[in-house]
Ligand binder design. Structure first.
Ligand code: FUB
Length: 321
């Protein structure tokens, strides 16, 4: 009996130790971060984020730059600081909205949403640019010298901030696609150089679509995950398709409303045999819709490829062994 009790206590201690080694949500607590874009490169997870610096009483975003973090265990995150800002784009002005960095042919391409100065190329409004670097943490520089997408290139939404939230997906045959948009989802094929459109802009409206697309492929099926208006405020919903060019079939809600933030935003990776779902909420002390924080929880698939609803936790994910 005594031996059994000892074993039980040891198991309990081990469980508590593992539990306290977990990531804890939000995962970044030294600053307010939003719009997570994780990328796995050489067995390290790089996390590209926006940065909320609005005051507690602000009623809009103040986002001066984009930050990079990395981890090899999904619990401890190394901070590389602000690695890119709208100031790095001569044509840009204003906030650093959602962005995503991907690797191709020895270079890292960081697609960003920001705002265009009034000049000969645009009358202003949201725009998408690309920065490039030889390393995942920079230094990054403007890859084109002008915006890849300006507000004037899409006209289906009659406001100036619909060209935001770029996500890039490279298919197995090497064809790269850029998806983006608020109000409607837009996409183009990219040339191999990753900085030029290869064909026209296509526009469509997935069910409940608001913004923040994230596109990937798993077991031959394409997934389009996005912030949607299942109920207000935002939820994360998704579609699947047999081709990245659609047609897309609505599949449901992945993540319900988040704590204390009107928006949330998806970023999904597989790492060491598990699927991780990154998102943001407003859960840090003094946080809110303009002072958000990035979290990560596990994501699971059903045998038919549909996605189970993500359970948002405070304790976060376990360390990767
Ligand atoms: O962070 C600014 C904007 O809020 C993003 O571009 C949207 O996806 C939403 O998260």
């Amino acid at each position: 009996m005594k031996k059994q009790l000892k074993t039980y206590i040891l198991i309990l201690i081990a469980m508590v130790t593992v539990e306290s080694g977990r990531a804890q949500n939000p995962i970044i607590t030294k600053l307010f971060t939003a719009d997570p874009a994780p990328m796995v490169y050489h067995d390290t997870v790089f996390l590209y984020t926006g940065h909320d610096t609005a005051s507690v009483t602000a009623t809009n975003y103040h986002m001066p730059d984009w930050h990079v973090f990395s981890s090899t265990d999904m619990v401890h995150w190394k901070d590389y600081g602000a690695c890119l800002s709208p100031k790095n784009f001569s044509w840009a002005t204003g906030d650093a909205y959602a962005a995503q960095c991907i690797y191709r042919n020895g270079k890292f391409y960081w697609y960003v949403a920001t705002f265009h100065k009034k000049d000969k190329n645009s009358n202003g409004g949201a725009a998408i640019g690309v920065a490039v670097s030889d390393r995942p943490t920079g230094p990054f520089k403007d890859a084109i010298g002008k915006a890849l997408i300006t507000n004037e290139m899409t006209t289906d939404m009659k406001y100036g901030w619909d060209d935001i939230d770029p996500t890039v997906f490279i298919d197995d045959d090497g064809q790269a696609y850029l998806f983006w948009g608020n109000g409607s989802c837009k996409w183009i094929k990219l040339k191999d150089n990753m900085i030029e459109a290869d064909g026209p802009i296509h526009t469509f409206k997935p069910k409940h679509y608001i913004e923040g697309p994230w596109v990937y492929k798993r077991k031959g099926l394409y997934y389009l995950v996005y912030a949607g208006a299942g109920t207000k405020p935002e939820m994360i919903e998704y579609c699947t398709a047999e081709s990245p060019e659609g047609p897309w079939t609505y599949r449901g809600i992945i993540e319900g409303n988040v704590e204390n933030s009107f928006t949330t935003h998806p970023g999904i990776i597989d790492y060491h045999g598990k699927t991780y779902f990154f998102y943001h909420n407003g859960a840090l002390p003094t946080g809110g819709s303009y002072r958000r924080s990035i979290c990560v929880d596990y994501m699971y698939y059903n045998p038919d490829g549909t996605i189970k609803k993500v359970i948002q936790t405070k304790k976060g994910v376990k360390p990767v062994k």
